[in-house]
Design a binder for this molecule. Structure first.
Ligand SMILES: *Cc1c(COP(=O)(O)O)cnc(C)c1O
Length: 417
């Protein structure tokens, strides 16, 4: 017992030392929790003191397959053992071709470009829109984006992100962007001019507070794009890769975008993203128009290729629909138990959110859950807690989460902090 206690104390000392060093070294653009994770297994994370945390954040919707998938690990190890981590895009590499074929099949698209992140996928998608209209000499350079959206932090992605407080300090940004209300087709129509070239939106707004597009809205946007020859870009960086209960969220709606962005769960933790396009959009850019030194390198593509195999073999979307329904029922019960605190429950599959009354700070609930209950949760806009567990969770993990969440809610809502 003494040994165990000593090792926990030692872990705490190591943890605190690393947090202090991190404060000194790392550029402070995040408010981090004072926790250093050391290892992970299944759907659990372990800190320096070997405390176990149930993960309902998946590294922000990234670790879809959790932390122990043997096939993914083996695929990466095998590529490392080949000695070839990188070739540059002056050459072909087999993992990129394999991962590309599997991703195109899953998304029913014609061409794929691999990036290193979701943000870079957005940059590429925006460039396709501009290039497509440039090829047609249409002069249609404007882009309509949605209020409440999140597309990333680079100057281009920020330009189409519908949150004033993210954009303002960095203006002037890319010009020609107009914002419309999400799920309000009239508001989109009102922004269309003879200069509009593209519409970009998330199929399910993630950071913005877990708002799925309505079927009417998504189909309406598709029709507007057809009518006015606009490129329809769907950002599925967060809601794609099975999270909605479909491989890609739009597949439930019976429409197809012209361009789609993917990242997060595509690499399960290795940095990879992609933009995919079909039809004329798939050939709008030509050699010399776009590039990336690392993008689609053999190491990350070996991982993505294995991940796409696992998604198919395990039928992850079907599993997500099943467990997602159970999570829905569980969170609905919790909502009923805390009727004054919880005012809305939104989402699809394993991308769900609980919105809290304005007198309750979700930050406090999330802190309590993480620090005291050892349950990793993430906040989103609109006073919402986001539930984005690994896609491989089972019912028992939902039950365990519910128990921990109830404890956190009781403490925070009773004012006993
Ligand atoms: C996370 C996210 C991005 C940005 O992806 P990064 O990999 O962080 O660059 C873009 N769009 C959406 C919808 C996201 O959730």
């Amino acid at each position: 017992m003494n040994f165990l206690r000593d090792s926990i104390v030692k872990g705490t000392v190591v943890n605190d030392r690393l947090v202090a060093e991190g404060e000194k070294v790392l550029y402070k653009t995040y408010n981090r929790f004072p926790i250093v994770f050391d290892h992970a297994e299944d759907v659990y994370l372990y800190d320096e003191g070997d405390n176990q945390y149930l993960d309902f954040g998946a590294g922000i919707s990234v670790c879809g397959l959790g932390y122990s998938n043997a096939l993914v690990k083996e695929a990466m190890k095998a590529q490392i053992d080949k000695g070839l981590l990188h070739t540059s895009n002056l050459f072909y590499n087999e993992p990129a071709i394999e991962a590309g074929e599997k991703l195109l099949e899953a998304a029913e698209m014609d061409k794929v470009f691999f990036t290193n992140s979701g943000t870079e996928a957005i940059e590429g998608a925006l460039k396709i829109a501009r290039r497509y209209q440039y090829n047609k000499k249409s002069g249609k350079t404007e882009i309509i984006a949605m209020l409440g959206s999140f597309h990333g932090r680079s100057m281009g992605a920020l330009s189409v992100t519908g949150k004033e407080h993210y954009r303002a300090p960095f203006e002037p940004l890319v010009s020609g962007v107009k914002f419309a209300d999400f799920n309000d087709l009239e508001s989109v129509k009102a922004q269309i001019t003879d200069k509009t070239g593209a519409i970009i939106l998330e199929t399910i707004q993630g950071e913005g507070g877990i708002y799925p597009a309505t079927e009417e809205f998504l189909k309406g946007v598709r029709s507007l794009c057809d009518e006015h020859d606009l490129i329809m870009i769907l950002d599925e960086v967060q809601c794609g890769m099975g999270r909605s209960g479909y491989m890609f969220a739009w597949q439930e709606y019976g429409i197809k975008p012209d361009v789609v962005t993917v990242a997060k769960a595509l690499g399960n933790g290795v940095p990879i993203g992609a933009f995919l396009a079909r039809g004329e959009a798939a050939t709008a850019m030509v050699p010399g128009d776009h590039g990336s030194t690392y993008g689609g390198n053999p190491l990350v593509c070996a991982a993505a290729s294995a991940i796409l195999d696992v998604f198919k073999e395990m039928d992850i979307p079907a599993h997500v629909r099943e467990i997602g329904a159970y999570l829905w029922e569980t969170l609905d019960n919790i909502k009923a138990e805390f009727p004054d605190a919880i005012i809305d429950h939104r989402g699809k599959g394993l991308l769900q959110g609980l919105e809290f009354a304005t007198d309750i700070k979700v930050g406090e609930i999330v802190s309590n859950a993480i620090l005291k209950q050892h349950l990793v949760l993430i906040a989103a806009e609109h006073n919402t807690i986001r539930f984005v567990p690994p896609l491989v969770i089972e019912r028992q993990h939902v039950d365990e989460m519910a128990e921990k969440l109830r404890m956190a809610l009781k403490e925070v809502t009773s004012g006993d902090r």
